[in-house]
Every structure is written in C-alpha cells, then in structure tokens.
Design a protein around this ligand. Structure first.
Ligand SMILES: [Zn+2]
Ligand SMILES: [Zn+2]
Length: 258
C-alpha cells in the first residue's frame, strides 16, 4: 500500500469530477426508473473509489510490472516477431479477442471457485449498480482481473503504451457498463456490449450465471451464457449475509471460513 501526496489527491479529485460531470447527467436523463443521486451505500462506493485511486492502483501496477518483466524473459521471440510483423488492425483484433477470452473464463471461474469468489463477491454486494458502484472491487480481485486481461498482451510482446491504451479503454468502458442508463451504443452493442447486459450479471437471481464478458458479449454468445430480456433488471446483489462497510469488506475475504 502506498500513501497519497498532494499531487495524487488533486488527480483523484479531477478524475472523480470528470466522471461525475459525465455520468451523473447521463444517469439522470437515461435512468430506467426514478433517478436518485445519493442512493443507499453511495458513501461506501465513494470509499471504494478513493481506495482504488489512492491506495491500490500503485501496488496493482507494481505487481503487473513485476510479472511482465518475468514474462518478457520467456523464450517467445519468434512468436513476438510474428505478431509484430502483422498489420496494426490485425494485432488490435487479436489482442482484444485473446484478452476477452481470458477475462471471460477468469471471471466465470471467480464465480465457481470458492477462494476466488470470496474476493469477487465484494463486487456483487452492490444493491445499486451505477458508475460509482463500478469501483466496488477488492484489491485482490482487481489484481486478478487486470493480470488476466493483460497476460495475453504480455505473452505476445505488445509494447507498454499499447497495453496502457487498452487498459484505459477497458477501465472507462467498465464504468459505462455499470452506469444506470438505458443508453446503449446502438448497433455496436452486438460487439461492445451495453449497461443492460452487465446489469443482468449483477441481478439477484442471475448473479454468476450470465453475461460474464468484460467487453464483447460475443464471448457469452460463444460459450452459452448470453442473457438479454430487453429491459433493465430491478433487483441487484447476492443472497449472502455479509457486512457492507468498506473496511469490513476489505477484511472479510481474508478471514478464515466460518
Ligand atoms: Zn460488475
Ligand atoms: Zn461477476
């Protein structure tokens, strides 16, 4: 864990301000029901947001950099040269596809594996899903997800600036698909997904059974977990008796099983 200085506090305030200014009006205009700004557990999700930006991003990035250095040392030169010789559009598609396959199965596994679920269920304790609740994530789950989606890119030798570009896009997209809006990207929803699909992943009765894709719902179509009833769900969360406070949720997955 690292501690924030004035510069990082200014950055987090700016990031929060930008996201707030973009997503609050969208959630107000395109809410499926009556919009409410400071809904229940808004403060808890704000703590998750601050924790992610101020405490956890630096160690998560440090872990990824450390793993990348080890992956770089693997004898995969000929594979990497073949990838680098391809046109950019093909490299882009291959990178997106492999990351999506990896994150689809890693996410699906985090719902079926008891150890992984202890950490991933923190994300699913949200009873209201919106742009701020997107940040409700245990740091272990965060490392696991970021590593899974980046590992194919590390193996294929993609340069750091390309990986960083993908990471920013995936991060912003993840906030959008959690936002509480009926707004979809139109025909692009077929390949890029929409908030409605991910909201069904969080829905109480369907949690952990449908829509595991982080980006493209083609993964869910391919592996038989696609679910879209055409409207937003109304009930979210999991049927487990868990504490809902920030600190309690950080500690709870680490405690021995009751
Ligand atoms: Zn989610
Ligand atoms: Zn999940």
């Amino acid at each position: 864990m690292s501690f924030p200085d004035t510069h990082s506090l200014a950055n987090v305030a700016l990031s929060f301000g930008l996201l707030f200014v973009v997503f609050t009006p969208l959630e107000w205009l395109f809410a499926p029901g009556k919009p409410s700004l400071f809904r229940r557990e808004w403060g808890t999700d704000l703590l998750f947001f601050l924790g992610q930006y101020l405490l956890w991003t630096a160690p998560v990035v440090a872990v990824l950099v450390w793993i990348r250095a080890h992956v770089d040392a693997l004898p995969l030169e000929s594979l990497r040269e073949t990838v680098a010789a391809q046109p950019y559009w093909l490299q882009f598609l291959v990178a997106i596809f492999l990351s999506d396959v990896a994150i689809y199965w890693a996410h699906r596994w985090s719902h079926s594996n008891e150890f992984l679920w202890r950490f991933h269920r923190v994300h699913h304790t949200a009873e209201r899903v919106d742009w701020l609740a997107a940040h409700r994530e245990h740091p272990f789950d965060n490392v696991y997800t970021r590593l899974t989606e980046n590992l194919p890119l590390f193996l294929l030798g993609f340069p750091l600036h390309t990986i960083a570009g993908f990471a920013v896009f995936r991060g912003v997209w993840a906030i959008y698909i959690h936002s509480n809006v009926t707004l979809t990207p139109g025909p692009l929803a077929t390949i890029l997904g929409s908030p409605r699909l991910h909201h069904w992943h969080h829905e109480s009765d369907h949690c952990g059974r449908v829509n595991f894709a982080n980006l493209s719902p083609l993964m869910d179509r391919l592996f038989g977990t696609y679910h879209d009833p055409g409207e937003m769900p109304t009930r979210y969360g999991i049927d487990e008796d868990l504490a809902h406070g920030y600190v309690a949720q950080m500690i709870e997955p680490l405690r021995p099983r009751r």
